[in-house]
Design a protein around this ligand. Structure first.
Ligand code: ZN
Length: 456
């Protein structure tokens, strides 16, 4: 260990102390050693200790730049350091030295929990995507697989009693049948009662810009594994920011990341879009300074001003601004535009929708509310995928020409708007999502019979 590493270790100790984690470790560590003693008397190795202090990167940076850099650039190394430090404290300060002589680090589990303060979120340093580095992923949660168990560590021994491998040993990950002893190549045995099990959820995140096109979304999706306490309460359609590291799992697909923390800052409040004002708005504003209506009307005329003459399709433009303004409310306003100018309506809607927090063009290959399907061969697990309405939450779902939709699709859109929620059918129970998207559609056939249910 070089002097640099020693100083980083000292910094970690100092950080844990300043946050009160050393005190926590002393309390839980003492209980843990007691539990281990009892298990040992029964001939078992005993449970793994889980110590997971949360490390606030913003705060850490003010205390130790080398340690901060290690957490950001080599999270696996920082985790190992935390593990060794925990082990050292248990052995040297809590009287566990006797127990630890045969003990190895796998008995201690220290998943890295990292957090960031809101101001630090935009920092460039976390955006570079290197193989080992911590990355900040922002986007919409578009699918998840229902929670499943995973094996954090297992205890094995060699079948051959004479072999040095016959001693119980905890290993990271799960055991597989047919694994051979390192010393004598005899088959190993697992002690299933000593298995350390956690819960995980596999999630897909779409970057916000991935929503803009109907097909492009899938290609830019990112898979993230959320483990243990991080796996609870994930809902599709919600905006999420996650600090991630590359997942160290063989079974995971290549591009899977592992979440180190969830940052719950609401994006919608912080993200404001700007439009440059033209001469017309300024003129309007100065002429009718006391009329908010005039200003709103002038703003509405900005939508699609590069393709439509000033004053044209005024009602459409005005209603789009009303619908945009209603976003974030319990019932955001849907919009149905009637008229002969289908192409123009569609283009002006696309242009205005870009001003909303999210916008999505619904394509016939997408589901409307969402879908649940079986996950691989597992009978109990399901993958729940968000449809257009759920993905467009707090934004605009562009449906295009209403007459071009199939009847089932029309019914599903109308039902979601009327009921105020979108429904995904799971095998045993429906999942309901509050309807937070504004549906925008247009129609050139003024068939009153067809339109009646929409207008009501
Ligand atoms: Zn052996």
């Amino acid at each position: 260990m070089d002097s640099n590493e020693i100083s980083v270790q000292g910094d970690l100790l100092k950080y844990l102390e300043s946050e009160g984690y050393l005190q926590d470790l002393a309390t839980t560590g003492a209980k843990y050693l007691q539990a281990i003693l009892e298990m040992r008397s029964k001939g078992l190795l005993g449970p793994a200790l889980c110590f997971r202090p949360e490390i606030n990167l913003t705060k850490l940076k003010t205390m130790s730049v080398p340690l901060w850099r290690m957490c950001v650039e080599q999270p696996a190394l920082a985790e190992r350091l935390l593990q060794q430090l925990t082990m050292y404290i248990l052995a040297e300060f809590l009287g566990g030295r006797q127990l630890f002589s045969e003990f190895d680090c796998e008995q201690i589990f220290t998943p890295l929990r990292l957090s960031l303060e809101a101001d630090d979120l935009e920092k460039e340093s976390l955006q570079k995507n290197s193989k080992q580095q911590l990355v900040l992923i922002k986007g919409v949660l578009s699918s998840y697989v229902s929670p499943s168990k995973y094996v954090r560590s297992c205890v094995t021994r060699c079948r051959n009693g004479e072999c040095p491998g016959a001693q119980l040993k905890r290993r990271p990950g799960s055991w597989f049948k047919g694994r051979l002893c390192f010393y004598c190549k005899t088959e190993e045995l697992e002690m299933p009662e000593e298995r350390d099990v956690g819960e995980e959820v596999l999630v897909t995140i779409l970057p916000l810009q991935g929503l803009d096109t109907a097909v492009g979304g899938k290609t830019s999706a990112i898979q993230i594994i959320f483990k243990d306490d991080l796996s609870a309460g994930l809902t599709i359609g919600s905006t999420i920011q996650v600090l991630c590291r590359p997942a160290m799992l063989q079974r995971a697909p290549n591009l899977t990341l592992e979440a180190c923390s969830r940052v719950t800052t609401e994006l919608s409040l912080s993200q404001t879009k700007m439009i440059p004002l033209t001469f017309h708005v300024e003129e309007f504003y100065s002429r009718y300074e006391n009329s908010p209506w005039a200003t709103v009307a002038a703003l509405a005329m900005h939508f699609g001003r590069d393709m439509l003459p000033y004053g044209c399709l005024f009602n459409v433009r005005m209603n789009m601004i009303l619908s945009l303004a209603s976003q974030g409310s319990i019932r955001p306003l849907p919009l149905l535009v009637l008229g002969q100018e289908n192409v123009l309506a569609s283009r002006i809607m696309e242009s205005a929708a870009k001003l909303s927090y999210r916008s999505l063009i619904h394509g016939c290959q997408n589901t409307i509310s969402g879908v649940a399907r079986k996950w691989e061969d597992n009978r109990e697990n399901h993958c729940v995928e968000a449809g257009s309405l759920v993905l467009a939450s707090e934004g605009v779902c562009l449906v295009g020409d209403w007459t071009g939709l199939k009847n089932e699709a029309k019914t599903e859109f109308k039902s979601a708007i009327e009921k105020g929620f979108a429904t995904v059918k799971l095998p045993n129970k429906p999942l309901e999502f509050p309807m937070k998207a504004s549906v925008w559609t247009h129609c050139s056939q003024l068939d009153k019979k067809m339109l009646k249910p929409v207008i009501e």
